[in-house]
Every structure is written in structure tokens, then in C-alpha cells.
Design a protein around this ligand. Structure first.
Ligand SMILES: Cc1cc2nc3c(=O)[nH]c(=O)nc-3n(C[C@H](O)[C@H](O)[C@H](O)COP(=O)(O)OP(=O)(O)OC[C@H]3O[C@@H](n4cnc5c(N)ncnc54)[C@H](O)[C@@H]3O)c2cc1C
Length: 380
């Protein structure tokens, strides 16, 4: 059988991993990229992402994260680049919340890879955090920081080294099923492929209008805080906290500042990153500054830097990993809902296998693949 020609639209977080996996299978694969792999204008900017095993929603993610762990190491070995710094991370939450119950169940599954800390124990070991009376912390020992721009670039480079082609600065404007094949209309003209993977992140809803009802596209703000004079971030771990508002934070690689972000409720709805406002106001910053004031009294409460990034959520928060509704040769990877980086290698592997007609590598992926996607009409 001749080798199929496969196009990957978007070589960001998921697309670059997919392209690497396709290249490993010896497939004739082409990536299309609006900018260039490793850019920070989509979902993969801001120098750090949290890698964690503890989950606050679905226990089924653990085997997917374990598989990703294996693939992260493989990519690091193949490229000779360090892509993560596994310092450990904290999951913080109220003992009364369902999210904390799920996190505690995760900790049981992790066994010696996790440690549950009372508020007092957490305060002793991590004095920079000011937990509420009803909160505990779970130390996820194999968690840590991923370097997103470096990772995307490295996966793309690894794909090219294995024979893939990447068209940089090349926007795809239309995708048309033609018989069993697909035409990709892009800045460089039209090319025909046997199969296509779309991994266009926050641009998916405008590129694939039929998928738009399943997605909520958002602008997310990251902001960086320095310690107040006389304080240090030494020994500070990345964290995730589910109440009173969802928030997370990661120390910068140089250890000089803490990057903070908040959850879906506080993200600006947008149509596309192309038209989203980039100016960040004090009103935009307030929910994140409130986290700094509440959880980290040793941090300054006004950021030294703030930046906007873009992400597609699903209404259920379960990833949209499936065939396009009317184009059977197009596989769509979208809606990673603010948590797709840590599992990007496993999702990329799945997209490549699905496109090649191979069964999922990981059976636990079934809960995502079988989930009925939730659609909502666009607001009038
Ligand atoms: C601020 C922020 C913090 C986050 N924190 C975490 C975290 O700590 N841990 C975690 O696991 N996840 C985290 N996430 C989520 C994670 O980063 C995303 O789920 C993931 O990066 C999404 O990947 P993607 O491939 O869908 O999008 P992207 O990485 O944005 O890739 C999409 C790519 O498609 C390209 N593209 C789009 N349209 C076209 C077109 N028409 N033609 C050609 N190319 C096109 C874009 O240029 C881009 O390169 C966070 C997300 C954000 C925004």
C-alpha cells in the first residue's frame, strides 16, 4: 500500500506532537503553521506549564499522563533537550470540595508518588503558601514544570529530522473533503492529502465552523509577581488550587518571580485570536491579584508582567478528539480546556494512530473518545 500523505494543520502544542508521531511511523507528513513552531501567540506561551498527575476532575487521566511521561522522556532523549523540570507540585483545596475528593482519590492511585499534607504540615514545609483553615495540600512528587515553547519547537524539529515537512508562516484558509481525499487551501496554494489532522487551537472555531458549537474560545491572562522586599521564592513549588476560585501558579525558571493564572470563569470570551484584544486592563488583572493577596502575602500584588494567550475549551471540558462531523478524512484535536499541555504527547500519539487507522495506544483514552460532545449555539 502506498504511504498516505497526511497534513497537520497547526504545529502548536498538539500538532507538533502529532507530526513527530507521524514522522516516527515513516508517513509522508506536512505541517502547516500560521507562525513558526514554538511561537507564543496561541496556547503555548509564557515559558512554563504545569505537569501533574493529580487530577481534580477525572481519575481516567492518570494512565494518559503516565503514557505522556514516557513520551516526554523519549522526546528529551531523541532531541538531547531538557523539556521539563520535575520539582514536584502541590494540589491545594478545601476538604469539603468534590475536586479535593477527586484529588485525594488520585493520590491513593499514585501511592508513594503522592503525599497528603494537613494545613499545618503544608505550612511547615511550604511557608510561602497561606492556606485557608479548611484546606489541605497534596504533594504530587512526579509533577513539575514543562517548558512549552521549547517543547513545541523540539517536537517540530524532531519531526523534521525524521522527514516531515513544515510550512511556516502559512495560513490554511479552507479544508474541503474531495471524495476520500482532502484539499488544503492555504497561503501557498492548494494541495491534496489522503488524511488531515486539524490541531489549530483557539483558531479551530473559525477554521471549522461545524465544530464551533462544541467550543468556547477564550483569552487567558498570565501575570508574573515578584516577592516583596526581604522575601524569596526559594523552595516554592508550582501549585493548583480549586477554591475559592480556580487558580494555579508556577515559579519562573530563574526563581525570581511567580506566574499566576485563574480559571475559566475569569477568561474573556473571544471569537478568534486574530481579533482578540491584547491590551490588559487593571480590571482584567483583578481576579489574579486577588489570588496573590489571599494565598501569597509575600508576593507583591501588582504584576511586573502580564500577557494574553488563547485557548479553546469544550463545554464539558472533555477534549474534542474525533472525526470532523461531515469530513470523514479529517480528524479534529481541539478543546483542550486549559489543561492540554501535560498530556500533549499522548494526545498527539492518539491523533497520529487514529489518522493511520490504528487502535488507541491507551485504553483509558476511551472516556474521551466515547464522550458525547456538548454543543451550544453561538450567542446572538
Ligand atoms: C495561559 C495558559 C496556561 C495553561 N496552563 C496549563 C498548564 O499548566 N498545564 C497544562 O497541561 N495545560 C495548560 N494550558 C493548556 C494548554 O497549554 C493547551 O491546552 C494546549 O497548549 C493547547 O494546544 P493546541 O495545540 O490546541 O493549541 P496551540 O498550542 O495554540 O496550537 C495551535 C496552533 O495552530 C496554529 N494555527 C491555527 N490556525 C491555523 C491555520 N489556519 N493555519 C495554520 N496554522 C494554524 C497556531 O499558530 C498554533 O501554532 C494552559 C493554557 C493557557 C492558555
Amino acid at each position: 500500500m502506498p504511504t498516505p500523505r497526511i497534513a497537520v494543520i497547526g504545529t502548536g502544542t498538539i500538532g507538533a506532537q502529532t507530526l513527530w508521531q507521524l514522522a516516527k511511523q515513516g508517513v509522508d507528513a506536512t505541517g502547516y503553521e500560521l507562525f513558526s513552531p514554538g511561537h507564543s501567540r496561541g496556547a503555548a506561551g509564557g515559558e512554563t506549564r504545569l505537569f501533574r498527575h493529580i487530577d481534580v476532575e477525572h481519575l481516567e487521566y492518570l494512565p494518559i499522563t503516565d503514557r505522556s511521561d514516557v513520551l516526554w522522556r523519549e522526546l528529551e532523549q531523541e532531541s538531547g533537550r531538557t523539556l521539563r523540570n520535575l520539582t514536584g507540585a502541590l494540589a491545594i483545596g478545601s476538604t469539603a470540595s468534590p475536586a479535593t475528593h477527586t484529588a485525594l482519590e488520585s493520590a491513593v492511585l499514585l501511592g508513594s508518588r503522592a503525599e497528603v499534607l494537613s494545613r499545618e504540615e503544608a505550612h511547615q514545609r511550604f511557608p510561602q503558601y497561606r492556606l485557608h483553615e479548611d484546606e489541605i495540600a497534596i504533594l504530587d512528587k512526579g509533577a513539575g514544570i514543562i517548558f512549552p515553547e521549547r517543547t513545541v519547537r523540539t517536537a517540530a524539529d524532531a519531526a523534521v529530522a525524521r522527514g516531515a515537512r513544515i510550512l511556516r508562516e502559512c495560513r490554511v484558509t479552507a479544508i474541503n473533503q474531495v471524495g476520500s481525499q482532502v484539499d488544503i487551501v492555504a497561503d501557498n496554494g492548494t494541495e491534496r492529502y489522503d488524511r488531515v489532522v486539524v490541531a489549530a487551537g483557539a483558531w479551530t472555531a473559525t477554521l471549522l465552523p461545524e465544530v464551533a458549537p462544541y467550543l468556547a474560545t477564550r483569552r487567558l491572562i498570565s501575570s508574573w509577581y515578584l516577592p516583596k522586599a526581604g522575601n524569596t521564592l526559594d523552595g516554592m513549588l508550582p501549585y493548583l488550587r480549586t477554591e475559592p476560585n480556580y487558580s494555579y501558579g508556577l515559579p519562573t525558571a530563574d526563581g525570581l518571580a511567580m506566574k499566576l493564572g485563574v480559571g475559566f470563569r475569569d477568561h474573556l470570551p473571544i471569537e478568534s485570536p486574530d481579533t482578540a484584544p491584547l491590551r490588559i486592563t487593571d480590571q482584567d488583572l483583578e481576579p489574579i491579584r486577588a489570588v496573590a493577596r489571599d494565598l501569597f502575602p509575600m508576593l507583591e500584588d501588582y504584576p511586573m508582567r502580564a500577557q494574553a494567550y488563547f485557548e479553546a475549551y469544550t463545554h464539558s471540558r472533555v477534549e474534542f478528539l474525533r472525526e470532523h462531523p461531515s469530513m470523514p478524512s479529517v480528524f479534529v484535536c481541539a478543546g483542550f480546556s486549559g489543561k492540554g499541555f501535560k498530556n500533549a504527547p499522548a494526545f498527539g500519539e492518539h491523533a497520529a494512530r487514529a489518522t493511520l487507522g490504528l487502535p488507541p495506544e491507551n485504553e483509558s483514552m476511551a472516556f474521551i473518545l466515547n464522550a458525547e460532545p456538548v454543543s451550544r449555539p453561538a450567542p446572538a
